[in-house]
Design a binder for this molecule. Structure first.
Ligand SMILES: O=C(O)CCC(=O)C(=O)O
Ligand SMILES: [Mn+2]
Length: 209
């Protein structure tokens, strides 16, 4: 179990505050400044230039439509991932991704074996309501979500009690941990917005069984 009493973790320069976002029917914890601004600036530009971004298409109403964002999948050999009918075969780990993975593993207290990356080029890019509940993620998946670049609003909506909604702004250098039964009871999305014109990169570290 996660120790909520440990309210902050030491980073060399500052204390990272943790905040519980969801506690009913799930466990979601947010660290707003997990990476320093300096580090986050460097990681954003490295990811922006080094990642092999791809434009996937999904089949809807008999047509193939481009996803409203670019994606990439990295991980241990053989850890393929299927979502919305798209099969992603992993590219091997690169140094920048391994560094980020190692940093968040200390806090998440697990070893991740894969990461899905999303590049939201501007506010027209988004991800629709969904849960990360694919069978290869196991019963109660733990997901470590790291964000760099533009702040975008991440929303939760309870599946049974639809009036229950929680919004959280995912800032540059933040970490959001989702675990426990969260994916069974909550949907999440990043909605389109006319306010944002600059890019954002999100990495969701996962454990493929
Ligand atoms: O961009 C985000 O913050 C979330 C992305 C997401 O939910 C996903 O890739 O499954
Ligand atoms: Mn998701």
């Amino acid at each position: 179990m996660f120790d909520f009493k440990a309210a902050a973790i030491d980073r060399k320069d500052i204390i990272i505050q943790e905040k519980e976002i969801v506690s009913i029917d799930g466990e979601v914890i947010f660290y707003s400044n997990f990476f320093s601004t300096d580090e986050s600036d460097k990681l954003f530009s490295e990811l922006n230039s080094c990642i092999k971004w791809r434009q996937d298409k999904i089949q809807m109403f008999g047509k193939y439509l481009p996803l409203p964002r670019l994606t990439a999948w990295y991980g241990d050999e053989g850890k393929s991932y299927t979502y919305s009918g798209i099969v992603q075969h992993p590219s091997p780990w690169i140094s920048v991704l391994s560094q980020i993975k190692e940093r968040i593993e200390k806090t998440a207290e697990v070893s991740f074996n894969s990461v899905l990356l999303n590049l939201y080029r501007d506010g027209t890019n988004s991800v629709a309501w969904h849960s990360d509940d694919e069978s290869e993620l196991g019963q109660n998946p733990i997901i470590g979500s790291v964000s760099f670049g533009s702040t975008r609003r991440f929303s939760f909506k309870h599946k049974q009690n639809k009036s229950q909604k929680i919004d959280i702004d995912l800032t540059h250098g933040s970490l959001l941990l989702m675990r426990g039964p969260t994916q069974h009871h909550w949907l999440h999305q990043v909605a389109k917005t006319a306010k944002i014109v600059t890019p954002r990169i999100n990495l969701t570290f996962r454990i493929i069984q």
